[in-house]
Every structure is written in structure tokens, then in C-alpha cells.
Design a binder for this molecule. Structure first.
Ligand code: 6LW
Length: 496
């Protein structure tokens, strides 16, 4: 069959994968969003279903007032002796910790901290021992992959931290993962930074502590010289064998909004690339070391894609995300309706406004809901990259006089602009967002309106990592601010 990349669309960066009991499980980073660490399952590595999140309790991870793109960095998932482990970094508190569960569909443990710095921690289990590695530095302060042995029950270090590999000279040596395949320990990592120069490199050793020698053909995977090409930034991956014995790398990458426009708004997504081991024991990946949009593999799989998201076909605690430390009293989330109560916290703050969102998964979509507001605040949709860059369409009380108005607000780089405000007859309207690769277009429709009324548009390229910086992607959110009670019904998000 021919499968299509990305295999998981939208802002799901830094994938890590393990195999247990006939299924693959994948985790991704989540930064300031809550719950933390989206968790997926798959039987074939091509079709992934989100089953929930790993960090579901606010006391597992400190997200209060953290910066956007702070918080939960790249996680690793591993399975050993009947138990799942997820290890990650809270980059804001600079803590490395892991949690575990014996039931992948249940709750995970409280955090267990490891006293070794750096980001992108990974675990490797062998013969009752557990090794912990992260990106760190050697005794002279030069960056490298640093490893120690730990007691997996307590997180206590059982050895010194030792720098075992310093990469191939690319900047930001990150995402180390260790595998024992045959007689070799393979150390795979990312270099070049998570932008256009991103790549995956590897080294191997007969001993777990090294010395690791570089693959002569590094990087094994990178799209950095592939142009003009939509898929860029391929890197930060995990190696996995499917149930037929074939190897793959599951990595992050991103899609530019256009061949000649180096901007990406969908965040870093999940890509699957076939891997082949050669006679010399080294592996190669993809098409001459690049990740393509399609790959042909020898498997009988039908790749499925969900194109439509409604209240009825999504689960609040699986598909939707809040920001930082939500005040759950402000949310009444029912089967066919969401009632959101505003607070004093706005979308312009690195805080926890009333906000609940799905990830934008495709450039082209149409989203609508019937919204009713009561009170002096505002409520509606936000197309949200971070507190500085977001476009909001809302209903609110008219600034002067009686009645309500439909408003489009465009926020870019500290500029807060009201594009248009149009009085409405009552206190409810259908709010509509239609997007293509280049723009988000905003409309509202009142009862009796045949054609939607346009409020204007905002360019997509301003809601991108190239403009905002950071590591997240656009979230399509419902929000409420101020003294307002709002009701959302008939939510409908459809990708082309
Ligand atoms: C992550 C690092 C990276 O920890 O970006 O893509 C950082 N690579 O490995 C944030 O996701």
C-alpha cells in the first residue's frame, strides 16, 4: 500500500513510540497545554488514534503562568516488564521526571524526578537495569548526550552521569534514544535545531557506555536540502520495528503553507519513514535519506482520516485541550453543548483564560458554531498561535448603547486591532471561520440571514512559528473573557 505523510496531522511534536501487547503507543510534547503529553495507539504505525493524555492531573506538572512553548518538552515512552514509562522535561522548572502506569488506558503515577539536567530524556532497559539519558554537556561544558544508570523505582542515580556522544557537529544535539539491535547499541539523535536544518544522526558501540562511532553516512534522515518541497524540518525521531519485522522512524516534521513560502502554522506533525538495515549493520532511511509525502510499503493497510469534528464525535478529555491550569468551574462540557464562563484573564496573557481547543490539522477548513452570550464580556472562536498572535471572532455587548455586536480582532506582534464590529439583532449568531493556506476568513450569520456577513480576514503566515517563535502550532479554540456566560452548540469543524 501507499501511505501518506504526515500520519498524524496538527501540532503533535517530538513523537516517541513503543510496542506492547500487540499495539504501538506514541506520545508527543504539549508545552503550555493541559492535559499534558497526548497519547496515541496504533496497530500498524500508519493509523493513529488518540486515547488520552499522560499528564492528566495538575499536580503532576507545574504549568501555572508558564511562558508559551515552556512546560512539557519532548517525551519518551518505553515499556518494560509490564509497565509503561513516560519520561519528559518541564522546561520551565528545568526538571526531568517520569511517570508510569500498568494500565495504558488508566491514570499514570505521580512524577519521579531524576537529578540529571538537559532536555529530551530517554530511558533504556536491559537485564533489570535502567539507563537514563538526556542532552547535556561534558566536563568542559561542550554539548553531548549524557547517560547514567538509575534505580527505576526511585529515580535515584546509581552511577555518575557520563557524556557518551557529541554528535556530528550540528547545532542542538537533542532527542537521544538508545536501542540494542543485534550486537550493537545504536544511539540515534537529532541535530541542527528543530527548524529547517533539522536532521537525524546516529552512532553505534559494542558497549553501552561507548565509545560510540558515527555512521559514515550521517545524517540518516533530513529534508534540509529538499527544495522546493512542502515537508521540512524532519528530525527528532524514534526507531521502531513493525509486526512484520520492518523498521521505521517516526519523527517530527512540518508542512510549509506553500512551496515558496517558508512559514508553518500547523505546528510540528508526525511523519513515518521506512528504514532499511544494510550489510554493514548501519541503517538508511526514506528516499535517499529524506522523508517524502508518500511511501510504498509491503503491508495491507487502509489509511483512514477523520475529516469532521463535532461535539458528538469528539471526547472532551481526549481530543480537546485547555491552557495551563484551567479553572474547571468555568466549563460545562456536555454531549451537544459547551457552556463557557469568562474570567478576567484574557487571551493576551501567558495565563489560563477560559479556553478549550482542538489542534488545526489541515490548512483548508471550515468551522462554525451557534454562539449565545449573556453579560458584558465576550465569547467566540480564537485561531490561536500564542498570546501575541491570534485572531478572534466573538460576540460582545456594544461599546455604546444597548445590544450586542459581532467583532473580529486581529492580534499580531503586540498590535491589537479591531478589524470590524457589526451590531446584531439579538445576543446570538453563528460564528464561522473559513481557512485556506494563506488566510483565515471570518463571518457571522444571524437568524434570517441567507448569506454570511464577512468581518474580514487575517493572513495565515502571521500565526506561524517563523513569526511567533516557539514550538507549538495553531489551536482552534472556543473562549470566553470577562463577565460573560456563553453557550456553544452545533460545533462543526470540517477539513477539505
Ligand atoms: C525538544 C527538542 C526539539 O525538546 O524541540 O525537535 C524541543 N526538537 O528536542 C521542543 O519540542
Amino acid at each position: 500500500m501507499i501511505y501518506k505523510n504526515p500520519v498524524v496531522k496538527g501540532f503533535y511534536p517530538d513523537p516517541s513510540v513503543c510496542f506492547a501487547n500487540g499495539k504501538f503507543y506514541m506520545v508527543c510534547s504539549s508545552f503550555q497545554y493541559f492535559p499534558g503529553v497526548p497519547l496515541f495507539e496504533s496497530v500498524d504505525l500508519v493509523n493513529w488514534t488518540q486515547i488520552g493524555y499522560v499528564l492528566t492531573r495538575p499536580d503532576q506538572v507545574m504549568l501555572d503562568k508558564i511562558n508559551s512553548s515552556g512546560g512539557v518538552f519532548a517525551p519518551t515512552i518505553r515499556y518494560n516488564a509490564g509497565r509503561f514509562y513516560m519520561v519528559t522535561t518541564n522546561d520551565t522548572t528545568r526538571e526531568n521526571f517520569y511517570v508510569w502506569t500498568d494500565d495504558i488506558y488508566g491514570e499514570w503515577s505521580d512524577p519521579i524526578y531524576v537529578d540529571q539536567g538537559g532536555i529530551d530524556p530517554s530511558l533504556y532497559f536491559e537485564k533489570g537495569r535502567c539507563y537514563f539519558m538526556s542532552n547535556g554537556e561534558d566536563a568542559n561544558g561542550v554539548g553531548g548526550v549524557v547517560q547514567c544508570e538509575i534505580d527505576i523505582a526511585t529515580g535515584k542515580k546509581l552511577s555518575e552521569s557520563k557524556c557518551i556522544w557529541q554528535g556530528t557537529g550540528g547545532r542542538y544535539l537533542e532527542s537521544p534514544h538508545l536501542y540494542k539491535i543485534g550486537k550493537w547499541y545504536y544511539l540515534m539523535a537529532a541535530e541542527g535545531g528543530t527548524e529547517y536544518g533539522h536532521m537525524i544522526t546516529c552512532a553505534r558501540s559494542r558497549s553501552i557506555w561507548g565509545r560510540y562511532s558515527r555512521n559514515p553516512n550521517n545524517p540518516v534522515l533530513s529534508n534540509r536540502n529538499k527544495a522546493p518541497y512542502i515537508i521540512q524540518g524532519i528530525g527528532h525521531g524514534d526507531l521502531i520495528q513493525d509486526q512484520n519485522g520492518n523498521w521505521f522512524i517516526l519523527s517530527l516534521g512540518f508542512r510549509q503553507i506553500h512551496l515558496w513560502m517558508p512559514f508553518h502554522n500547523l505546528g510540528r506533525e508526525v511523519f513515518l519513514t521506512p528504514v532499511k538495515f544494510g550489510e554493514d549493520g548501519w541503517f538508511t532511511a526514506g528516499a535517499d535519506g529524506t522523508t517524502e509525502e508518500t511511501f510504498e510499503i509491503d503491508a495491507d493497510i487502509v489509511q483512514e482520516e477523520k475529516k469532521r469534528y463535532t461535539f458528538e464525535n469528539t471526547k472532551w478529555n481526549v481530543d480537546w485541550s485547555y491552557m495551563r491550569e484551567p479553572d474547571f468551574k468555568k466549563y460545562e462540557l456536555l454531549d451537544d453543548k459547551a457552556v463557557l464562563t469568562g474570567s478576567e484573564i484574557t487571551l493576551e496573557e501567558a495565563d489560563s483564560p477560559t479556553f478549550i481547543a482542538l489542534r488545526q490539522k489541515e490548512f483548508v477548513f471550515s468551522m462554525s458554531a451557534d454562539v449565545t452570550v449573556e453579560g458584558s464580556g465576550e465569547a467566540g472562536f480564537t485561531v490561536y498561535m500564542c498570546e501575541n498572535e491570534h485572531y478572534d471572532i466573538c460576540l460582545r455587548k456594544c461599546a455604546e448603547g444597548e445590544g450586542y455586536e459581532a467583532v473580529l480582532k486581529l492580534n499580531i506582534g503586540g498590535i491589537k486591532h479591531i478589524q470590524k464590529a457589526v451590531p446584531i439583532k439579538g445576543n446570538s449568531a453563528k460564528l464561522i471561520v473559513k481557512a485556506d493556506n494563506f488566510s483565515y476568513n471570518f463571518f457571522f450569520k444571524e437568524e434570517g440571514d441567507v448569506v454570511p456577513n464577512s468581518l474580514g480576514y487575517g493572513y495565515a503566515k502571521y500565526l506561524t512559528s517563523e513569526v511567533s517563535g516557539g514550538f507549538t502550532g495553531v489551536m482552534l479554540g472556543m473562549y470566553a473573557i470577562g463577565n460573560v456566560k456563553s453557550e456553544f452548540t452545533g460545533f462543526d469543524l470540517e477539513y477539505k
